[in-house]
Design a protein around this ligand. Structure first.
Ligand SMILES: *Cc1c(COP(=O)(O)O)cnc(C)c1O
Length: 390
C-alpha cells in the first residue's frame, strides 16, 4: 500500500462547517440572556433571510424536513392528491409528501443538469396531480421558465426544495421565490448552518400565518389578543400542530452565517472552479458548465464514475478516497433504489433511468469554505491517484 495523501489522524471531514467567533459570541449571548427558545433572534434571522432572498414572508422552523412537511399541509394537500417530484433527492423530500397524506409521483431528471425535467413532469401529470415539488440539485437552478409555465397551465401548486440552493438565482430571481412555498435547510453541511434549522418563504400572508401556527402546536397568537387587556393571556389551539419551531440558539448561528454568505460562496466557487480545471483530464464526468443568467450555489461538486470508462467502480472509488483519508459523499442513490418506496409504491429504479445512472455513479468531493488551499490540493491529488490519473 502506498502512503495515503493525508495522514489518518488528519482525516478530511466532508461538509465541515465554517464557524467563526461571531457565531460563538452570539450563542454565548443567548445563553446569558436566558432566551433559549424561540425569541428575538429567531425574529431577526427571519427578517434578515427574508431580506436576503427578497421574499415577502419567512417562517423559521427546526429543519428543512419540517419546512417541507408544513409546506405540503399549507398547500392543502389531501389524501389521493398527487405531487410530482424528483428521484434525485434526499429522502426527506418524498417523505414530506407521504406524511401529508398525499402520493408522490416521480419524474426523471435531465441527465446533464441532474434537475427534474419539465417534459417528464408534464408526462407524469394525471387528473389527481395537485402540486410539483422541485429540488435545485447541487445548487443548480431548475429550468424555472419551463416549470413555472407548466404549473400555471395545469393550475398546480409549485413548491421548491432549496436545501442546496440558498444563493441560487434564475435570470436574477432568487430560488425559493418562484413557487408558492420555498423550503431551506441550515443543516451542518449546508451553505448556511445553524446545526439544525430550516426556513419557509412565501408571498402568501395566509400561508405564512398558518405555517407559524402549525410550527408551534397549532396555537394561535390571534387568540391572545382577545384577552390582552384582561390580565392573563390564554392561547387557543386552532388545529393539531407540530413542535417545529427554531430556537434562538440556532438563530444566533444563522444571523452571522448569513452575514458571511457571499464570502463563503466565493470561496466555494473558487474551489469548484479549481476542481473543474484540475480534474479536466480524469476519466470521470465533471459537472456541466453553469447556465447563462443563473447563479449556481456551489453546494455540491459531483463527479460521475462510470466503471467502463474509469476502470474502477464508484464504490471502489469511495473506498479508495477513504483510504486516502478524504471524506466524500454520495448525493444520492435515486429514490426508487430504496426498499421502502419499492414496497409501498411498486417503484423500480429502471423507471427513472437518468436518476438511476447518476445515483450509481455519483460522488461528491469536499466543498466547504473551511477547506484550506492545501486541503483542496489533497482532494485533487487523491482523486487523480484513485482514478489512476497520476
Ligand atoms: C438536507 C436536505 C433536506 C433535509 O434538510 P434538513 O434540514 O436536514 O431536514 C431536504 N432536501 C434536500 C434536497 C436536502 O439536501
Amino acid at each position: 500500500m502506498s502512503t495515503p495523501v493525508r495522514p489518518h489522524d488528519d482525516f478530511l471531514v466532508f461538509g465541515a462547517p465554517a464557524i467563526d467567533e461571531a457565531e460563538i459570541g452570539e450563542v454565548v449571548d443567548s445563553l446569558r440572556s436566558g432566551w433559549l427558545g424561540t425569541g428575538p433572534k429567531v425574529a431577526r434571522f427571519e427578517a434578515d433571510f427574508r431580506q436576503y432572498k427578497s421574499a415577502e414572508f419567512a417562517v423559521a422552523v427546526g429543519s428543512c424536513t419540517a419546512a417541507l412537511h408544513l409546506s405540503m399541509l399549507a398547500a392543502g394537500l389531501a389524501p389521493g392528491d398527487e405531487v410530482v417530484t424528483t428521484p434525485m433527492t434526499f429522502c426527506a423530500t418524498v417523505n414530506a409528501i407521504i406524511h401529508a397524506g398525499a402520493t408522490p409521483v416521480l419524474a426523471d431528471v435531465d441527465p446533464v443538469s441532474m434537475n427534474i425535467d419539465p417534459a417528464a413532469i408534464e408526462a407524469a401529470i394525471s387528473g389527481r396531480t395537485r402540486a410539483v415539488l422541485i429540488v435545485h440539485f447541487a445548487g443548480r437552478s431548475c429550468d424555472m421558465d419551463g416549470i413555472c409555465k407548466l404549473c400555471e397551465r395545469h393550475s398546480l401548486t409549485l413548491i421548491e426544495d432549496c436545501a442546496h440552493a440558498i444563493e441560487t438565482t434564475w435570470h436574477g430571481q432568487p430560488a425559493g421565490t418562484f413557487g408558492e412555498l420555498g423550503c431551506f435547510s441550515f443543516y451542518v453541511t449546508k451553505n448556511v448552518c445553524t446545526g439544525e434549522g430550516g426556513m419557509i418563504l412565501t408571498a402568501n400572508e395566509a400561508y405564512a400565518g398558518r405555517l407559524k401556527t402549525l410550527a408551534l402546536h397549532g396555537m394561535t397568537k390571534d387568540a391572545w389578543k382577545r384577552f390582552s387587556d384582561e390580565g392573563h393571556r390564554h392561547y387557543y389551539v386552532a388545529e393539531a400542530g407540530f413542535k417545529y419551531n427554531m430556537t434562538d440558539i440556532q438563530a444566533a448561528l444563522g444571523i452571522h452565517q448569513l452575514r458571511r454568505i457571499e464570502k463563503n460562496w466565493q470561496r466555494r466557487q473558487s474551489i469548484w472552479t479549481r476542481y473543474q480545471e484540475a480534474l479536466a483530464d480524469v476519466p470521470a464526468t465533471r459537472p456541466a458548465a453553469v447556465e447563462a443568467e443563473t447563479r449556481h450555489a456551489c453546494h455540491l461538486y459531483t463527479l460521475l464514475i462510470d466503471e467502463a470508462a474509469a476502470g474502477i467502480s464508484r464504490d471502489a472509488f469511495l473506498d479508495g478516497m477513504t483510504a486516502e483519508n478524504i471524506g466524500i459523499g454520495v448525493h444520492y442513490l435515486s429514490i426508487p433504489e430504496h426498499p421502502y418506496y419499492q414496497e409501498r409504491f411498486s417503484w423500480h429504479p429502471d423507471a427513472c433511468p437518468a436518476a438511476r445512472r447518476i445515483g450509481r455513479q455519483t460522488v461528491s468531493l469536499p466543498l466547504s469554505p473551511a477547506l484550506s488551499d492545501a486541503d483542496v490540493d489533497d482532494v485533487i491529488t487523491a482523486t487523480r491517484k484513485v482514478l489512476g490519473a497520476g
